[in-house]
Write a protein that binds this ligand. Structure first.
Ligand code: FDP
Length: 354
């Protein structure tokens, strides 16, 4: 967890444009501000399209194509990617990395910032009318090129956030000085500050995990889960509640509203050796937001913001939310005495934590 220098209080109700204009004349902050403003334009368009539901044309229908990571693409995935890309052509963005693009695109190579996005996260929920979102991460552009720009620790991010398309559309944003919440006014089409200084409580009694994967999990996660289910009589001494929406932005938004911890661990299924979520454009932004809100984010053990992607669509196990709970989940990964059903070989501490 990092010490967070909070941005000085900005009055709620103010438009996002006024909030972003407060750059202190710093050229890089101005570039970030222009990029966030462009994203907000793209997100407002995506929000309108989603609000039309099936009336907006091909919606949650599979396109017959898959993205670079093998996930089925629905029509809205591609539309959201196109809207964001079009909006960014007005912004000072050098490189564009997207879940929906096989390779990094070059927009304006001399521009000071670059962006990684998941244009439509949770898109398997499109037809269910459940909250989905767009996730983004803004990096300073490196002169050495796209690889040097993105393949470095997540701590290098200048800003991160997500748009959530739900009963209302909101933007949760960090420019590196705390986390603020903006809501889209559907009448005027602009985002306004609704809450500033979002915080994640340090402890929680609520966790989110896809429990249908129980049989695939490794012993540390199974033991954590079993201990939570044992409630007040078990080793954790608390009655826990569980949630799983299967939409990362929706789970994250709940954690920002009332605390909680999210887990998508690695498991034994082929292709899930590093979990399901993507390091660059899902885990990095959520980790920055979580830390900026006083929470924590790890891959089970290591801090997400210290990890370095080796490839564009690299996956990572992800655990984030209330800091004490994230810490205790790390305990299950590094302390064999906490874990049940551990094969004898793994009782060796070195093997266990590798
Ligand atoms: P989706 O594939 O629908 O975009 O980003 C991947 C993601 O959704 C997350 O939003 C969500 O948390 C997760 O996948 C759900 O995975 P499971 O279906 O395996 O539970």
């Amino acid at each position: 967890m990092v010490a967070v220098a909070r941005r000085s209080a900005f009055p709620t109700g103010q438009p996002l444009s006024a909030y972003l204009a407060d750059t202190g004349g710093d050229a890089r902050r101005e570039a970030v501000a222009e990029t966030v403003a462009a994203l907000a334009v793209g997100a407002a368009k995506i929000s309108r399209l989603i609000a039309q539901g099936p009336l907006g044309g091909a919606h949650g229908e599979a396109t017959g194509a898959a993205n670079a990571d093998g996930d089925v693409q629905v029509a809205l995935d591609l539309q959201a990617n196109a809207y964001i890309l079009a909006a960014l052509h007005r912004a000072p963005v050098a490189y564009f990395a997207s879940e929906e693009e096989e390779a990094i695109l070059t927009l304006a190579p001399d521009a000071p910032v670059s962006i990684a996005v998941d244009p439509l996260d949770g898109s398997s929920n499109v037809d269910v009318n459940v909250s989905i979102g767009s996730i983004f991460s803004i990096f300073p552009t490196e002169a050495a090129g796209a690889t040097a720009t993105f393949f470095r620790p997540g701590a290098a991010q200048l800003a991160a956030g997500y748009f959530i398309y739900g009963p209302h559309t909101a933007l949760v944003l960090s420019l590196g000085q705390g986390v603020d919440l903006f809501v889209l006014d559907p009448i005027c089409g602009a985002f306004h500050l609704a809450r500033s200084g979002l915080g994640i409580p340090v402890q929680t009694k609520e966790f989110a995990i896809n429990a249908s994967n129980y049989r695939h999990w490794f012993p540390p996660i199974r033991t954590f889960f079993d201990d939570c289910l044992e409630g007040i009589e078990g080793p954790r001494g608390k009655d826990f509640n569980m949630r799983w929406v299967a939409s990362l932005v929706a789970e994250t938004h709940r954690i920002f509203s009332r605390g909680g911890v999210f887990l998508y661990p690695a498991d034994r299924r082929p292709g899930y050796e590093r979990g399901r979520l993507r390091l660059l454009y899902e885990a990095f932004p959520m980790a920055l937001l979580a830390e900026q809100a006083g929470g924590a984010a790890t891959d089970g053990i290591e801090r997400i913001l210290l990890k370095v992607p080796g490839e564009l669509h690299q996956r990572t196990p992800l655990v984030f939310g209330s800091a004490e709970n994230v810490g205790s989940i790390a305990g299950y990964h590094v302390d064999p005495s906490l874990v049940r059903d551990l094969p004898p070989l793994f009782r060796d501490r070195g093997l266990f934590s590798s």
